[in-house]
Design a protein around this ligand. Structure first.
Ligand code: PLP
Length: 404
């Protein structure tokens, strides 16, 4: 995905022609970018050969899950729907982990029936429920326990998950009680210690702190976990020249950790696999000029991409054709929805735009389409996958009559 002579291309295809063929707003993914991301991720950590479980909540398009499965990744799911979908995509149960604070009995029973690798439990209450169901079914169930390491991921607070005031995981004290109470259970086998401290992490410090905590906890409780699941959270570059996670340092820290604790490592990356492999194409409807600001009103809105409204997230917005005159005036890119928070970006100098012009919103592959809604009774956008010079529809645009 790149500019060539001012025009944006997905692999070999001009972005404007994709917008013309499939309409806007439109999610577009690059097959080769996904492939590259998976290969890079595996390479960073190849010295200890982890099990990489793609976080399905970041993007659950069936075709994308099939591709990711084909590249050898497993899956991290958080609901029965996601579990059913990854099985349908051909991902093997022995590569699936199930996370989440509120798995209900139906979800637990289904996961047990499908014999997935691990149910990562997040509370004593959940473990009691798992044991009850396992006993009823006369089966032995492998579980992980999610530790809340009380580590600040130094990311936006709404996507921090590893501090003691967050709802996720159990405290160190609870963990040791659970181990004592369940280490000789007939129906539950404690196999894994899991953590996931948050998302869009761009500094190594939180990960190093997290490893330190896990190391200390394991030493104290003296229990051998077959797996250590370190979660996901690796950040991507939403803005040019933004701070980047140093994968080599993260890998070195984990290797150090493994010298003292010999376990198989599991990762659950979402954003770092799919985030920068997706673009949202959108058309300019109007340019509403006010004294201080030009509002560029797009045909994409917060129902299509909610991250800016929900987390104040910044996504770069560029024209598909960069050629033109530039004007020094404040520009605010907004959608048509009746909410002031339906605003994507505020910038200064920008190309003089015209209605009908096709724009790109970058890095929307993760937490984009999955968070879309029908707010304002707007149909959800279509999704297209590009492989070389061939665009294929991998999700049809919702039909307005169907949602009525
Ligand atoms: C959301 C989530 C992930 C993925 O996080 P990314 O930042 O997308 O890598 C992994 N594990 C758990 C438990 C999650 O909730």
């Amino acid at each position: 995905m790149y500019y060539k002579k001012n025009k944006y291309f997905f692999e070999k295809i001009n972005a404007i022609s994709v917008a013309k063929e499939f309409g806007t707003p439109l999610y577009v993914y690059s097959y080769n970018k996904i492939k590259k991301n998976v290969i890079n991720f595996k390479n960073y950590f190849k010295s200890f050969n982890p099990l990489v479980c793609f976080s399905v909540k970041s993007n659950s398009n069936l075709s994308i899950l099939k591709i990711i499965g084909k590249f050898g990744l497993g899956a991290d799911v958080v609901s029965i729907g996601e579990l059913m979908k990854v099985l349908k995509a051909g991902i093997k149960p022995n590569k699936i982990v199930f996370s989440g604070v509120g798995k209900n009995s139906k979800e637990i029973e289904y996961a047990i029936k499908k014999k997935i690798l691990l149910i990562n439990a997040e509370s004593v209450e959940e473990i009691i429920e798992i044991e009850k169901i396992a006993k009823k079914r006369k089966e032995i169930v492998n579980i992980g326990i999610r530790l809340n390491p009380d580590t600040d991921a130094k990311t936006i607070s709404k996507i921090s998950t590893g501090k003691k005031e967050d709802k996720f995981g159990v405290s160190e004290k609870k963990l040791s009680e659970i181990i004592n109470n369940y280490k000789s259970s007939k129906f539950i086998k404690i196999k894994c210690l899991s953590v996931h401290i948050g998302s869009q992490i761009t500094s190594n410090k939180p990960y190093d702190m997290m490893l330190k905590v896990i190391n200390r906890v394991i030493n104290k409780i003296k229990f051998k976990f077959e797996y250590i699941d370190l979660g996901g959270g690796m950040g991507i570059e939403y803005e040019i020249k933004q701070k980047k996670l140093n994968y080599k340092n993260y890998c070195d820290s984990i290797k150090n950790f493994l010298k003292k604790n010999n376990s198989k490592i599991i990762f659950e990356p979402g954003r770092s696999i799919i985030g920068d492999a997706g673009i949202l194409l959108t058309k300019v409807i109007y340019i509403k000029k006010t004294r201080n600001k030009n509002f560029v009103i797009l045909d994409a809105a917060m129902n299509d991409l909610i991250r800016p409204a929900l987390y104040n997230a910044k996504h770069r917005i560029n024209p598909c054709d960069k050629k033109g005159k530039y004007e020094k005036k404040l520009h605010e890119f907004v959608g048509p929805i009746c909410e002031t928070s339906d605003s994507f970006l505020l910038t200064k100098k920008y190309k003089k735009l015209k209605p009908g012009e096709i724009m790109l919103i970058h890095d929307v592959g993760a937490y984009g389409m999955v968070l879309s809604s029908n707010y304002n009774l707007r149909p959800k956008p279509a999704e297209v996958l590009i492989n070389g010079s061939k665009p294929i529809i991998i999700k049809k645009r919702q039909n307005i009559r169907d949602i009525i």
